[in-house]
Design a protein around this ligand. Structure first.
Ligand SMILES: C[S@@+](CC[C@H](N)C(=O)[O-])C[C@H]1O[C@@H](n2cnc3c(N)ncnc32)[C@H](O)[C@@H]1O
Length: 194
């Protein structure tokens, strides 16, 4: 399946990858909660900037992206293979100590998000941690680049995570930031422990 969102990332892969200069500052708090040197899955690695930092911190990274063009760029940047994988293709069971999804699951259709969250839960070991950031809002929509967003209100996003899988801990972090489109953006990151 190649939806309009992945068409954007494939067609603009070089420009998109070149736009991110440094790792997400919240990455390191997530890594501090993961087993040192543990196995981390990244969903939607983009150009591989966060991936390089995860490897640099000594973790065993399985980096993936649904865009074959971005996966190829990240493969070059990291000097190791980045797998082309759609979120819905995740079928691992108890394989990862941590799962990191920076601004990627924000593209999943609302009707499919609970299923992806359940797959993430299944893919984690007991005690494993997931961190996923979302643009929040009040209605599914497409942006000026034709990328689709689920744009959930914070309370709906948290209640979806709560009901999709039996997490032992669930917390949120909200901030005002920006993104590739340079617009002021309300972000919410979920941290959940299996
Ligand atoms: C906003 S970018 C974030 C990229 C990177 N995490 C970062 O912070 O720079 C969203 C990423 O999700 C990927 N993506 C979008 N839809 C996807 C899908 N259905 N399956 C897998 N990856 C997808 C895109 O190719 C893109 O790399």
């Amino acid at each position: 399946m190649t939806d309009e969102t992945l068409r954007f990332y494939n067609a603009n892969a070089e420009a998109y990858a070149g736009d991110k200069k440094s790792p997400d500052p919240r990455l390191f708090a997530f890594l501090a909660r993961c087993k040192p040197g543990g196995r981390i899955l990244e969903l939607g690695t983009g150009g591989g900037v966060d991936a390089a930092a995860i490897i640099g911190e000594g973790f065993d990274l399985d980096a993936t992206d649904g865009s074959a063009e971005l996966a190829a760029i990240a493969t070059r940047q990291l000097g190791r293979p980045v797998r082309t994988m759609l979120f819905e293709e995740l079928d691992a069971v108890a394989a990862y100590d941590g799962i990191y999804a920076c601004a990627s699951l924000t593209h999943v259709a609302r009707t499919e998000l609970a299923d992806i969250i359940a797959k993430i839960h299944r893919a984690l070991v007991d005690g494993g941690v997931v961190w996923a950031s979302f643009k929040t809002g009040d209605g599914e929509a497409t942006d000026a680049f034709e990328r689709r967003y689920n744009f959930l209100p914070p309370e709906d996003l948290m209640s979806l995570w709560r009901s999709a899988a039996p997490w032992s801990e669930l917390s949120q972090d909200q901030w005002l930031g920006s993104a590739y489109d340079r617009k002021s953006t309300e972000w919410l990151a979920v941290t959940a422990v299996k």
